[in-house]
Write a protein that binds this ligand. Structure first.
Ligand SMILES: *Cc1c(COP(=O)(O)O)cnc(C)c1O
Length: 396
């Protein structure tokens, strides 16, 4: 059996169309897009075409798209740029407890620089309450940063509602849409966002390239200083192959958004049902409906997620656990803790993330294999032994 890749929230395989579009940019189109000679202009043309494609995918203007090195840079730029660019107005930032570390660690660093950050809690499904966002706004608030969809549990946040509130209070609104772009409809005007982060490798584009949407008129400091690239806002010679590949992958993802969404939702729900029905003592994490079409996240009690991942890998299935991002540490995921899971339950979590390259046969195969692996692991688990002897799983 071929390997089954169900870790598409971590990264995706590059789309053949994207790869094909990139290859000439590693070859004959080698010019510097800032050069005025024809070799430079040969590079400028595909660069601006890519910018238009990315803008179209978001309902934005090309002049509002800034290419970056990925989702992490876009998040860093948006948050630090807005913080320092609006320091005279205030020092308060609102975000959520379940953001990606690119947002959370940036906010924590800003706290050391004298900014104040409110980390809003989420409910049991991982939803941010727009009313809580509004209640947190003070006359010092300069930025709200809330993700569109969570990378671990797939919950889709009420971004349009939060956007309305941010606009009414004249607070800059940044959205980490890295998991949403290419997976669900994204429109910067419908969402009322002022800044939006995306990353190529999450939608079958190349790694090391992303973009930040910045609405015209948004006050945000420059992040990378140097040359005049990206209208003087982001120095460094453009990564033309990456940018072109990303734009082609995004165009394809958006063209197939509806069809893929329907198919992936079906596969997702089949996988969730197959796991919950066939393995006792399991629970679904994240919102049952308001979730990314490709995201499955379950807690399988009385096992260790890491051990499960290794066994799955031996069986040819690539997945991710609830503590994947902190490898080497035993801390469970901040997202799973924020939705109220006890440590033990969070440790037994499994994320299977699908993309349009996954098939129903693969889903069926995982539904067949996973229960066997879980029962083997449980048969060796002291936690499960204790449980069978009537001891309760303790919540720390
Ligand atoms: C992957 C991811 C990022 C980081 O993107 P990179 O391009 O890998 O730097 C940021 N936010 C979310 C929600 C992500 O899933």
């Amino acid at each position: 059996m071929d390997r089954i890749y169900m870790d598409n929230a971590a990264t995706t395989a590059i789309a053949p169309e994207a790869l094909a579009a990139m290859l000439p940019c590693f070859g004959q189109v080698y010019g510097n897009a800032s050069s005025i000679h024809s070799t430079g202009r040969d590079a400028r043309k595909p660069l601006e075409e890519a910018r238009r494609k990315v803008a179209d995918a978001l309902g934005a203007k090309p002049a509002e798209i800034y290419f970056t090195s990925g989702g992490s840079e876009s998040d860093n730029w948006a948050i630090k740029g807005a913080a320092f660019g609006n320091r005279r107005k205030g020092n308060h930032i609102i975000t959520s407890a379940i953001e990606h570390h690119a947002v959370l660690h940036t906010c924590q660093w800003l706290e050391k620089q004298g900014f104040e950050v409110t980390y809003l809690p989420v409910d049991e499904y991982g939803l941010v309450d727009p009313k809580a966002v509004e209640a947190a706004i003070t006359d010092k608030t300069i930025l709200i940063s809330i993700m569109a969809a969570n990378n671990e549990i797939g919950t889709i946040e009420p971004i349009a509602e939060i956007g309305k509130i941010a606009k009414a209070h004249h607070v800059i609104f940044h959205c980490d849409a890295v998991q949403a772009v290419g997976a669900i409809p994204v429109n910067v005007d419908a969402w009322n966002v002022d800044m939006l982060s995306l990353s190529g490798h999450k939608f079958h584009g190349p790694k090391g390239v992303g973009a930040l949407y910045i609405r015209t008129g948004t006050k945000v400091d420059q992040f990378l200083h140097g040359g005049a690239q990206e209208r003087g806002k982001r120095a460094s010679t453009e990564n033309l192959p990456g940018i072109v590949g990303m734009s082609v992958a995004l165009e394809k993802a958006v063209n197939n958004l509806e069809e893929n969404g329907v198919r992936l939702t079906y596969l997702r729900d089949k996988l969730i049902k197959g796991i919950l029905d066939n393995i006792p003592y399991t629970r679904l994490n994240g919102h049952p409906m308001q979730r990314l079409p490709g995201n499955v996240n379950v807690s399988i009690l009385y096992i260790e997620g890491e051990a499960l991942l290794l066994r799955l890998d031996l069986a040819g299935v690539a997945a991710s656990s609830g503590s994947a991002c902190t490898s080497g540490s035993l801390d469970p995921s901040h997202v799973l803790l924020a939705i109220g899971l006890p440590h033990e339950v969070a440790h037994g979590s499994l994320r299977l993330s699908l993309s349009d390259v996954n098939t129903e046969e693969e889903v069926d195969e995982v539904i067949r294999e996973l229960p066997k692996i879980v029962s083997t692991l449980r048969s060796m688990s002291p936690m499960y032994d204790d449980f069978l002897q009537g001891k309760q799983l303790t919540a720390k």
